[in-house]
Design a protein around this ligand. Sequence first.
Ligand SMILES: Cc1ncc(COP(=O)(O)O)c(C=O)c1O
Length: 510
Amino acid sequence: MQQPILSEWLLTQLSQSRFPARMPNHRRVYEAIRLAITEQILPSGCRLPSTRSLATDLGMSRNTVLAAFDQLLDEGYVAAKTGSGTYVAYNEPDEFSKNLGVARKLNHEGNIGLSRRGLIASCTANDQPGDHLSNHPNNHPSNHEVQPFTPGLDDYSKFPIALWRRLLNRQWRTLNPTLLDSSHDGGYLPLRQSIADYLRVSRAVNLTVDQVLITSGTQQSIDLCSRLLTDHDDCAWVENPCYWAARRVLEVNGLRLHPVSVDKEGMAPTTRDFRVKPRLIYTTPSHQYPKGMVMSYGRRRLLLDYAQNQGAWIIEDDYDSEFRFEGRPISSLQGMDQDGRVLYLGTFSKVMYPGIRLGYMVIPPQLVAPFRNGLYELQRPGQVMIQAALADFIEEGHFASHIRRMRQTYGERRHLLQVALAPVANAGARLSPIDSGLHLVMEFDPGIDDVHVAAMAAEQGLRVYALSNYCIGENREKGLIIGYAYAATEHITQYGNKLAEVIQTALRKH
Ligand SMILES: Cc1ncc(COP(=O)(O)O)c(C=O)c1O
């Protein structure tokens, strides 16, 4: 596409509702150019206009266009050649590019104004009729629109795949054969170093690199803690409500679960609880799962002192602290621990993509040797090549910029969902004041059947979870857990309104 045409095309796109004016301009320009690249309207190797001329054509400041180009560069969609400009670097999927050979030639010849329609018209006779669909939204359903509000999922469609592929390819090119082995010593050292630096600064975790072990995610970390620190029929305190996967892992390891209620200061043990002595305490202090409150300083002290007196271990699951939208960042519980009672767990499932299956533990110094040994003998995690690419991803600053971008995306989605659900908040339902993470909780009065409400939402194609299913014992709290990460920004208000109607109907019937 020639230069004047790119700006015309961008101007047409930017006037459409998929790039709403409330989005920052650099974000709109970035999204629109990215679309042009992924839709192959701008083919690989095509030179982009200068930021100065594009800014003039779009009537925006040069800094705005520079910020959009920087992000495209960061994610590997474009590459800069010194002195010669910025070029599209995106490699389109093989099958698609084969079909579009003719179209791409036209593009390189500067067949201006060539659009998706133009590309379709230029396909060869071998193409099956029906292979190509119009741009009608129903023809391009993405997973993100199939089941909006699914809790626990991050929007991995926004993961910078081209950049990640480059980092992986780099590892394969300079292949160090030891990266093909499983990991012997707690994980790939440069990754453990990057994690240690990150945790020290961002989470006030108190550690040396020796204490960091790479695991296959939080579930595996909890499993290892259970196997190495407890015996059959030992007691584990869990928060009530509690993360279902933690509960499962503790149960299959033969632990007796003792549910401890939570209040607005987090886990709230009473004298009755203190009589049931735990070997393990599983807790989510930075963002109680699923209700979202932050554990107060007083409760943190109480738990640490109790664990020290009882010889109990605390598992701190810090699963999504990267996504905090308001207020000060919350420090880790581990950072307050003077006695080496806390095992701190983190995961890359939320920031990278769930299938990466990489997480980490920070082990108290006295447990490092048995845990390193246990990790190798019981779990033997691999993926060392991916660990190496991840170390580069963090070291080169992509991790931080990806978190920044996603925080902005999720913050916007969260706000839109809160606005859409606000009319529902009445005598029977309240939106809990969570200011971090990837989900909201709509709490109901005790008499409301949240499982039924979740089923009603499912009939409308909305996937929300019933809070009562996360609770243990009688007197289960009622409400809905509503994920906003896995719902496209441009549709979230519409889905939020639909969910609000479902909830209102349920409340009226009650
Ligand atoms: C409380 C909590 N901890 C941890 C995780 C991530 O676990 P994993 O690293 O096993 O994917 C999740 C995912 O939803 C979670 O909700």
